[in-house]
Design a binder for this molecule. Structure first.
Ligand code: HEM
Length: 228
């Protein structure tokens, strides 16, 4: 604890810091698209390409979008060191809400993957969605179990992985755009660029966990909850 205070005097624990804002920025485009879809489902104007799966079965996508937008925005502030140290009760209360939201996002995604017919991207995208959706749910559960066991380092690492998988939706806006421009739109391009979005985010989060916050890696020794 004191090591942090003396080794990094420049990092203020009073302010929220910059970290949450780029995270929210990455989620902005899918969040806007989702909000437009909710407006449409509420009877408003049709501003997005028609999606017959959503029209036929809107409940899972409503759960998915509402959960995802709140998870991305609220979740970003869990990574603020200043907020966590200054308002540990806020971090705890928001964390409980985020576990519910995150699981709602992941399970609604898995439901849509399993039951919506002909979701774009074909079989490969189907496998990616099943794998990364399950990975997000599993990461949240492992992160929750870790903090119940007072293992802060392991908690931090699993919750960061879950958030990175959710933010895959933002990175995929970029990878899909580049993929369509370079290879032309096709089922294979869609699938590969979806996978690339999740892959990039996982690579960044593993790098961050291992090299920026190496204490998160071995996590063999439980760290006292007050050190969070
Ligand atoms: C592991 C994470 C996620 C997986 C596996 C996933 C998967 C899916 C699936 C299967 C659909 C249905 C697609 C269709 O029928 O065309 C969907 C829709 C959608 N997802 Fe996700 N999703 C994830 C996270 C997110 C997040 C974090 C956001 C927003 C920040 C998001 C935004 C949306 C939106 C806006 C739609 C509706 C698309 C439309 O209106 O056509 N998703 N997602």
């Amino acid at each position: 604890m004191t090591v942090h205070a003396t080794a990094r005097p420049a990092r203020s624990t009073r302010s929220i810091g910059w970290v949450p804002y780029p995270l929210i920025a990455l989620g902005v485009i899918p969040a806007i698209a989702g909000s437009l879809r909710l407006v449409e489902l509420a009877g408003g104007p049709h501003l997005l390409p028609a999606n017959p799966r959503i029209t036929a079965s809107p409940v899972p996508v409503i759960v998915h979008i509402v959960g995802a937008v709140l998870y991305v925005i609220l979740g970003a502030f869990q990574f603020s060191t200043g907020l966590r140290r200054r308002r540990p009760n806020w971090h705890r209360a928001a964390g409980r809400v985020l576990v519910v939201l995150g699981l709602a996002v992941a399970f609604s995604a898995l439901w849509m993957t399993a039951f919506y017919p002909r979701v774009p991207g074909g079989a490969l995208a189907h496998v990616f969605r099943l794998g990364f959706g399950t990975g997000m749910a599993a990461s949240i559960i492992l992160g929750f179990v870790a903090i119940r066991n007072r293992d802060v380092a392991r908690h931090r690492a699993w919750m960061a992985r879950a958030y990175a998988l959710a933010l895959g939706a933002g990175t995929q806006v970029l990878t899909q755009g580049i993929g369509n421009a370079v290879f032309g739109p096709s089922e294979l391009t869609t699938a590969l660029m979806l996978g690339a979005g999740w892959g990039i985010n996982l690579a960044v989060v593993e790098y961050t966990i291992r090299f920026r916050f190496p204490a998160s890696v071995p996590a063999r020794t439980p760290v006292s909850a007050t050190a969070a």
